[in-house]
Design a protein around this ligand. Sequence first.
Ligand SMILES: Cc1cc2nc3c(=O)[nH]c(=O)nc-3n(C[C@H](O)[C@H](O)[C@H](O)COP(=O)(O)OP(=O)(O)OC[C@H]3O[C@@H](n4cnc5c(N)ncnc54)[C@H](O)[C@@H]3O)c2cc1C
Ligand code: SF4
Length: 448
Amino acid sequence: MSAPRDVAGKRLPAGQYADNFADLKPPLDTHQAAVESDRCYFCYDAPCTLACPTHIDIPSFIYKIRSGNLAGSARDILAENIFGAMCARVCPVEDLCEGACVRNTAEDKPVAIGLLQRHATDALLATDKPLFARAPASGKRVAVVGGGPAGLACAHRLAMLGHDVSVFEARAKLGGLNEHGIAAYKVKDNIAQREIDWLLSIGGISVRTGQRVGVDIALAQLRHDFDAVFLGIGLGAVNALGLDGESVPGVFDAVRYIEDLRQSNDLSSLPVGRRVVVIGGGMTAIDIAVQARKLGADEVTLLYRRGSGQMGASGYERELAQSQGVNVRFWSRPRRLVLRDGEAVGIEIERTELVAGKLVATGATQVLAADMVFKAIGQTLVPDALDKDALGILDTSAGKLRVDENRRTSLAGVWAGGDCVGTSKDLTVAAVQDGKLAAIDIDRALRA
Ligand SMILES: Cc1cc2nc3c(=O)[nH]c(=O)nc-3n(C[C@H](O)[C@H](O)[C@H](O)COP(=O)(O)OP(=O)(O)OC[C@H]3O[C@@H](n4cnc5c(N)ncnc54)[C@H](O)[C@@H]3O)c2cc1C
Ligand code: SF4
């Protein structure tokens, strides 16, 4: 552990970055889409539709691809999930729709629902057609806080229902983690922004970027000025490891790094360590580990304190990491950062095991050298959008906002959804469903 930390850009030949970050699952061409759509049994009870958090009528959209009606197919998808193009790329389909497909057996393989969804929605986005019209103006105004998938799904549905919507977004760009978080190799060709541009073309949605509610404008003000408020503020901070010295150089917030990566126009300029250690077991951990390898890190070790079955990331994501040369070490937890001259140069790890169902440390330790240590152990809510009177909707034991099945908070006129509430797994598709359900309930409330 005497060598200096080796963190540098341009680790790879210039042309290799584009290859490494190429589309993870390339699109189907027309012939492939026809063949794949023919594999669907069009089950009357469609377990895939039940397994999709937004309940897209999957047999119906696939049937329309088979008959060449791509616009009709896109309508089926987008009527339930306005982020159909992004979700087609980022949904963990093996755990959702494709996992439930009746062809998902040892002898067969599921219908490629995600790729077919991408085929139909990409065709629509290429035409720039708005597809949905607005209902007659209701005269009601709704404020949406947060321009991620939850906020924008809510905004679009409200606009469709005839309400005027103002989206307040803290960052300079809309999109939330679709734009700043999801792995670069899943979302090529600026798809996140192209989908948002299409979605906003419905009209009736005004966007105020660079406006952090709680700092630039108070929630109380929004409640006063608008007929309803939707909070889709996501989870803005990363959990701490709880180790001494974790703010020293050499220790990185994985989400922040991924954000830089997503916004970079020149991936070769991103500094990456030769030896990288990632701590965590969810999608963020897998994404940073894979992207560090793709940026040219020689050794990437991912530490997860439990076994593969308990990992937040899906089996597909885990295999992706392993296929990219990431060394995944289960039953390992960080014990201590190894510091030299005020910088982290390694990490001491400890084996863990289950004893009577409880995770315990075994005392067996090992030191790994590391030029970069990434924290990726989950995110946490930054409640700065909440005024004093709104803090009551925060479930302090779970660290998220409390909502009912219609995504209503207990604060009059305030709904919430997406990662900032605890209704389901933190996924884009779940955030979209929350935004949609909230909009339907807001509409009901405003017309009552
Ligand atoms: C690294 C990473 C990879 C992921 N990969 C996947 C994947 O492959 N597939 C998948 O399904 N899911 C993935 N997810 C999860 C998915 O991105 C989230 O579940 C989804 O984006 C949640 O949407 P949201 O709208 O609730 O929050 P966000 O996307 O976080 O959007 C919240 C928005 O609110 C804004 N905001 C916050 N506070 C305020 C405020 N006070 N005032 C105004 N604006 C505010 C933020 O700037 C942000 O734009 C990933 C997450 C991460 C971190
Ligand atoms: S939104 Fe996601 S889960 Fe639902 S059908 Fe599409 S790819 Fe499957």
